[in-house]
Write a protein that binds this ligand. Structure first.
Ligand code: GLN
Length: 458
């Protein structure tokens, strides 16, 4: 697959920006973007064109998920809580991209606070799927995936706490990469689940993901969980052994998704890899662990929205307790509230041992199983999502049904290993399907090289 990013280099940055903004306006009905940062983007473009900013991404326009703090407009996290919030600082990822000449032209829609898998939880209305506007974009980075799929910009930033880069990428036929936990700084990103949150690129090609990752990776003194830079793209992964995750190939998965995954396996075998089925019994419990651990972290991370420090503040409260309660009641979406309640419950003194502690112990067993499997296998393969993009409103009334769509993506987050969704064919109706590959932590370069064996080969 050829790089889209490279086609933007050595052109007028101003024209690149104007074109991207025009495309964004023409595609308004998809609601991929919550805002445009036109004025600041044109200012940056002038600097690039004048040679004041040079770099590996000089003049390349992009969009950032709107839970990443940027200058040039608001950062809302698609929530009423931050509807009018203007950030006094920029996220490290944005600073790094700008230092290389990339230009943020707008902020992408998401599920409020990244809680969701369809972008229907946005306080400002859903994003529509790039291939079928009657269907969901996926989520929570739905706006980012659709912006790339519609070719508004050649890359977008997303965040992935439990699948939010990979699942929308798979629903819209683009590449979504979740790096190793700690590879990319999260400073200046609205926290969801601190033990699994990562930032990564959504692109049209693997080469473009590599380009963006090289720029955004690395240790950040402002984020103590970051790892030193280690990522260096490699041209090919030596053929090795790949495990097909047995538990992820069950009858609960859509037949066309299973069929495409099997074709991907055959493709790898043709390329000289040996693929065999491998069982990771703990993976069956990953979703249960995730929906205990992440809400616990959510309930803690969202405690800061109290109407006092910043963000929405209720006008209707008569005393402090009411101010907290009413601000949070008015500012959060139902799904945010559901997670705060689950999180507070599993952390409460009577239930901590039964839920939170149990889930953390189970997580350790899951990590151990992955570690053991990766001693024998170079990578794991399976589907990204149990189904292709579902219809708008199909799952909104049933949170459990919505949560079940995360089954295949959450394990990589709980383990902290890198994972990618590669577009790999489509259903008979033409809905895109993604195949997922994972490797052990810090083997991001190998994972991307391996993914190239499947790129454009469906
Ligand atoms: N869909 C998952 C959830 O709702 C993942 C969200 C995410 O990765 N931000 O938690």
């Amino acid at each position: 697959m050829t790089s889209r990013i490279l086609s933007y280099l050595n052109r007028s940055a101003k024209e690149n920006v104007q074109q991207a903004i025009l495309k964004a306006k023409q595609a308004e009905s998809y609601h991929a973007l919550l805002s445009l940062t036109e004025e600041r983007a044109l200012e940056q473009a002038t600097k690039v064109d004048a040679g004041e900013i040079t770099g590996r991404l000089a003049g390349v326009p992009f969009v950032a998920k709107d839970n990443i703090l940027t200058f040039g407009g608001k950062t809302t996290a698609a929530s009423k809580m931050l509807e009018d919030f203007t950030s006094p600082l920029q996220a490290t990822v944005i600073e790094k991209l700008e230092a290389e000449g990339a230009i943020c032209i707008g902020k992408a829609n998401l599920d409020a606070f990244a809680h969701g898998g369809s972008t229907e939880n946005s306080a400002f209305g859903p994003t529509k799927n790039a291939k079928d506007p009657m269907r969901v974009a996926g989520g929570s980075s739905g706006g980012s995936a659709v912006a790339v799929a519609l070719d508004i910009v050649p890359f977008a930033l997303g965040t992935d706490t439990g699948g939010s880069i990979r699942q929308p990428a798979s629903f819209n036929g683009v590449v979504g990469f979740k790096p190793t936990y700690g590879m990319v700084s999260r400073y200046g990103v609205v926290a969801m689940g601190s033990s699994t949150d990562v930032i990564g690129p959504i692109t049209n090609s693997i080469a473009d993901s590599e380009l963006v990752l090289e720029v955004i990776q690395g240790a950040d003194p402002k984020d103590m969980t970051t790892l030193p830079s280690y990522f260096k793209p490699i041209s090919s992964a030596k053929p090795g052994k790949i495990g097909l995750i047995k538990e992820h190939m069950s009858d609960n998965i859509d037949p066309s998704v299973l069929a495409q995954t099997r074709i991907a396996v055959e493709q790898l075998e043709k390329a000289g890899y040996s693929v065999e089925e491998v069982s990771l019994p703990m993976i069956e419990h990953a979703l249960a662990m995730y929906y205990i651990i992440v809400p616990a972290e959510v309930s803690s991370n969202l405690a800061r929205y109290d109407g006092v420090r910043y963000g929405h503040r209720s006008d209707n409260a008569q005393d402090l307790a009411a101010l907290y309660g009413m601000t949070r009641s008015e500012g959060f979406e139902d799904e945010n509230k559901r997670r705060i309640m689950i999180g507070a419950y599993v952390l409460s003194s009577g239930f901590f041992d039964a839920y939170y502690l149990q889930a953390q112990k189970a997580r350790t067993l899951l990590i151990d199983q992955f570690r053991t499997v990766f001693e024998k296998y170079d990578a794991l393969i399976g589907p990204v999502s149990p189904t292709p993009a579902f219809r708008l409103n199909e799952n909104t009334k049933d949170p459990i049904k919505m949560y079940l769509t995360d089954t295949l993506t959450v394990p990589a987050n709980l383990v902290g290993c890198p994972a990618i969704s590669i577009p790999f064919g489509s259903t008979p109706e033409g809905l895109p399907i993604g195949v997922q590959l994972m490797t052990w932590r810090e083997q991001d370069a190998k994972l991307l090289a391996l993914a190239r064996e499947l790129e454009g080969k469906a």
